[in-house]
Design a protein around this ligand. Structure first.
Ligand SMILES: Cc1cc2nc3c(=O)[nH]c(=O)nc-3n(C[C@H](O)[C@H](O)[C@H](O)COP(=O)(O)OP(=O)(O)OC[C@H]3O[C@@H](n4cnc5c(N)ncnc54)[C@H](O)[C@@H]3O)c2cc1C
Length: 505
């Protein structure tokens, strides 16, 4: 993945089959799908890949136990199938994760036990393991800090876990290998129309401010919570398609929640589920569901959301956490498909939604990370119909993501040139300096934030530490990006400002 090489394709007079706007899960998935079907594909991401919601998930590859409780079996079955494909196609970025639901009565044991057995049954051949009913003693053995008072036992079930932004970057890299052109920091700024139909996209290279006018047969809008802006760029009279709902996560040290199992609290005070999930040797706690008005790239956690998570986790665990124990707080916005009659966002459908405007703009939104591939397949099916392309079958259910051998080869080359890059970025984490060089050479990282937020995940794991290693990151990447000391200083300033929002005061 080399940005300059990818940009060269924009300078040509190409007629694209599909231009995809947005480089989150949905967009990169659509680029991979379209490229594997042989369509001439371009993806434009206005910021970095997965800058939006796709780096801010709870890190679960799951069917969604909660949707089962709501009776949405179709959605759960589809997501469980997608979970199975993803674990097979990206084994290096996903893993099977055991979850324990603590229960406090015989009735709860039966209810959640039967429900989670059904959840497993729905996954059919793609099951990750049998649901088990645990005694109180077994539950405490799995969750050493669980509050055992009044505990009756637990239900152990299996789901998936992943590194979200890494997966997005590897899907983008795979799309490039299959022939797509994929560019970050290139914002779609307008549509070109002929007789009322979209025939092109105007975009701006955010790093140089150079403008391009691109020709295409079809455009797919995969901009998540930013969907409304693109829909209204097509037709300013269009009503909003998505309503944003905010979810926050708190990241804590594993000493508060030791072990390899995750915990699922099945009913919070507002009727949601809450997770504690081991991730990169830390634990992610989340999430919330708060309807909000303002859509931004860096949404802010609300005080009541922070208190809500701390209160619930402390209710279940004996090693209590306080605000001072939070290493990082990160916030994501759900692009929920707007339904006029529903008041609470917790009830809005998590199914994805596809629409086609009179000018031919295909908008794909809603859904979840786990179902990105199916969303992409639906978007490309529609694009092929609208663009009158040769009908080709979707093959992404069985398309491996990433190329581990190639990665290892390049990593070795980096290390042969400079063995000091074997050093860890910080002794507490396994990330090496070579990974920083790899990200800037082969993963289109263009600055400190791209490295520390989405290539190695230190901003999400430990925001203070991310600030302290930022000068070292800047000095490693500057020569590769041909940048000087002024650039380093400006980068450091803007990264520090951003990272401070991830620290709880
Ligand atoms: C708190 C929370 C927790 C979640 N946890 C999970 C989970 O554990 N498992 C799961 O399966 N799902 C989870 N989800 C859902 C999942 O994260 C989202 O459904 C998914 O990431 C949405 O991806 P997207 O590509 O549609 O949107 P985004 O990731 O937001 O991508 C949209 C992209 O469009 C770009 N863009 C916007 N405007 C332009 C423009 N003009 N030009 C070019 N680019 C533009 C943005 O920069 C952005 O990168 C969670 C969601 C939230 C909010």
């Amino acid at each position: 993945m080399n940005r300059s090489e990818q940009l060269e394709s924009l300078a040509t007079d190409t007629l694209w089959d599909i231009i995809i706007i947005g480089g989150g899960a949905t967009g990169v998935g659509t680029a991979l799908d379209a490229a594997t079907r042989g369509y001439k594909t371009l993806l434009l991401e206005g910021h970095d890949f997965a800058k939006g919601t796709s780096s801010r998930s709870t890190k679960l590859v799951h069917g969604g136990v909660r949707y089962l409780e709501q009776g949405n079996i179709k959605l759960v079955r589809e997501a469980l199938r997608e979970r199975g494909y993803l674990l097979k196609n990206a084994p290096h970025l996903t893993s099977i994760q055991t979850f324990i639901v603590p229960v406090f009565s015989w009735l709860e044991k039966m209810f959640y036990g039967l429900g989670l057995r059904f959840y497993d049954l729905l996954s059919g051949k793609l099951s990750l393991g049998n649901t088990q009913i645990l005694s109180k003693k077994e539950t405490v053995a799995h969750l050493p800090t669980i509050n055992a008072e009044k505990l009756s036992g637990g239900i152990l079930y299996f789901d998936g876990q992943f590194d979200d932004s890494h997966l997005a970057i590897e899907i983008a890299a795979t799309a490039i290998q299959k022939g797509a052109t994929v560019i970050n920091y290139c914002k779609a700024a307008g549509f070109i129309k002929t007789n009322g139909k979209i025939t092109g996209v105007e975009c701006i290279d955010a790093l140089t401010e150079k403008k391009y006018a691109l020709k295409t047969k079809v455009v797919v809008n995969a901009t998540g919570v930013f969907t409304n802006a693109i829909v209204q760029m097509d037709d300013h009279l269009q009503h909003d398609l998505v309503s944003p709902s905010q979810g926050i996560h708190l990241v804590i040290d594993a000493k508060f929640f030791p072990g390899i199992d995750a915990m699922m609290i099945p009913k919070t005070d507002d009727g949601r589920v809450l997770f504690a999930v081991p991730w990169h040797d830390k634990v992610v706690l989340g999430t919330t569901d708060t309807p909000i008005e303002l859509i931004s790239f860096e949404p802010k956690p609300l005080e009541e959301e922070i208190e809500f998570i701390i209160k619930h986790i402390n209710r279940y665990c004996t090693v209590l956490i306080t605000r001072a124990d939070i290493n990082s707080v990160y916030v994501g916005l759900r692009p929920l498909v707007k339904q006029k009659s529903k008041g609470s966002t917790a009830l809005i459908s998590r199914e994805h939604h596809l629409s086609v405007s009179s000018s031919g703009l295909i908008t794909i939104t809603g859904g979840k990370w786990t179902t990105y591939r199916k969303m992409a397949a639906d978007a490309v099916d529609n694009a092929a119909f609208i663009g009158k392309f040769n009908k080709e079958k979707c093959i992404t259910a069985h398309t491996p993501i990433g190329n581990e051998q190639e990665k290892e080869k390049r990593m070795n080359e980096i290390l042969i040139k400079d063995t000091t890059l074997e050093e860890l970025v910080d002794p507490k984490y396994t990330f090496t300096k070579a990974q920083i060089v790899y990200a800037v050479k082969y993963e289109m990282a263009m600055g400190i934030e791209d490295i520390l937020a989405r290539r190695i995940r230190l901003l999400f794991l430990d925001a203070k530490l991310a600030i302290s290693v930022a000068p070292m990151v800047a000095s490693i990447i500057a020569p590769y990006l041909q940048k000087d000391k002024n650039w380093e200083a400006a980068e450091l300033k803007s990264f520090t400002q951003l990272a401070e929002q991830y620290i709880l005061q």
